[in-house]
Every structure is written in structure tokens, then in C-alpha cells.
Design a protein around this ligand. Structure first.
Ligand code: HEC
Length: 148
């Protein structure tokens, strides 16, 4: 009876570790999917497909800010090499060059801060969008890999 309990305990502990690594990688993916959606909503305004809407811009920028706050904390050693569903996964380079990654996050956070102060209408949105896109793409180039 005692033995069964010990085995059960080890099993649960093991499950916990697997959940922890998948959870943090999944959270990165959830944040990024939201980033993609919000960036899409803003570029639809830039392209004139949607009317300019300050509330949408504000909530997109707030979500980018939240992403920048959380990102540096979502890479425990156990999550290295975890494959995500879909087209992309996190590159092992995040762990190999965490300082470089954190610097990218810091640049992104700084730009989002500027965007919050500057974007007040369609013209200022148009002026800021390329810089925002450059930060997204600059990080993806090094720290995101295509699955498969
Ligand atoms: C500091 C690094 C960094 C920045 C800045 C960044 N990303 Fe990402 N992004 C990643 C990493 C790492 C992945 C791979 C993990 C994943 O798929 O979620 C990723 C994946 C994605 C994905 C694919 C999500 C999926 O799996 O379906 C989208 C969409 C995305 N990012 C959008 C954006 C947008 C839009 C911005 C800018 C507003 C942005 N990202 C800024 C690091 C970053």
C-alpha cells in the first residue's frame, strides 16, 4: 500500500514538471497570437479597411505592453525545445542568448511606450506602424523558428 502511494506521488510530480514547461511555452504562444491579432487590427486601419478607432489602438498597445512585461519570465530551462502547435516554435536561441533576447524585449517595450504617447489619430498611427512592425520582425528573425 505504502509503495503504491510513493509511485503515485512520483507520477504526479512528473506530470507537474511537464505541465510547467508546456504552460510557459503555451503562454508565449497565447501572447503572440494576441499580438498578431492586435497588429492586424491596427494595420487594417492603416490600409483603410477599417475606420480609425482609438479604443482599439489603446487596447492593442496595452496588450503589447503586457507581453513585454511577461516575456522575460517565460523561459525556464525546462521549456527549452518544447514544440508548439501550429507553424512556429520558440527558438533555442532564446536560452542561448537570454541577454540578447531581453534586450529585444526592452527595445520593444520602449517603442510601445512611445507609441502610446504618440498615436492619437490615423496619421500618427501610420507614422508609428513601420517601427512597430520592425521590432516584431527583428525579434522573430532570431528567436522564432518555423516548425517542420
Ligand atoms: C522579444 C521577441 C518578440 C517580439 C518583440 C515579438 N515576438 Fe512574436 N514571437 C516571438 C517568439 C519567440 C515566437 C515563437 C513562439 C510562438 O509561436 O508563439 C513568436 C511568435 C509569433 C506569432 C506566431 C504565434 C503562433 O504560434 O501562432 C505571431 C503571430 C507573432 N509572434 C506576432 C508578433 C507581433 C505582431 C509582434 C509585434 C507587435 C511580435 N510578435 C513581437 C517573439 C517575439
Amino acid at each position: 500500500m505504502k509503495r503504491v502511494l510513493v509511485v503515485g506521488g512520483a507520477f504526479l510530480f512528473g506530470m507537474g514538471a511537464v505541465w510547467a514547461q508546456q504552460d510557459s511555452a503555451k503562454e508565449v504562444q497565447t501572447l503572440m497570437k494576441a499580438n498578431g491579432k492586435n497588429a492586424g487590427a491596427m494595420s487594417a486601419m492603416v490600409k483603410g479597411e477599417k475606420p480609425y478607432d482609438q479604443a482599439t489602438v489603446n487596447s492593442a498597445l496595452a496588450q503589447f505592453e503586457d507581453t513585454a512585461k511577461k516575456l522575460p519570465h517565460l523561459f525556464p530551462a525546462s521549456a527549452k525545445g518544447v514544440k508548439l502547435d501550429g507553424d512556429y516554435s520558440i527558438s533555442p536561441k532564446v536560452w542561448e542568448d537570454k541577454a540578447g533576447f531581453d534586450a529585444k524585449v526592452a527595445n520593444f517595450a520602449k517603442l510601445v511606450g512611445e507609441a502610446k504617447a504618440k498615436i492619437k489619430d490615423l496619421d500618427s498611427l501610420k507614422a508609428m506602424m513601420p517601427a512597430i512592425g520592425k521590432e516584431c520582425g527583428g525579434c522573430h528573425e532570431t528567436y522564432r523558428v518555423k516548425n517542420g
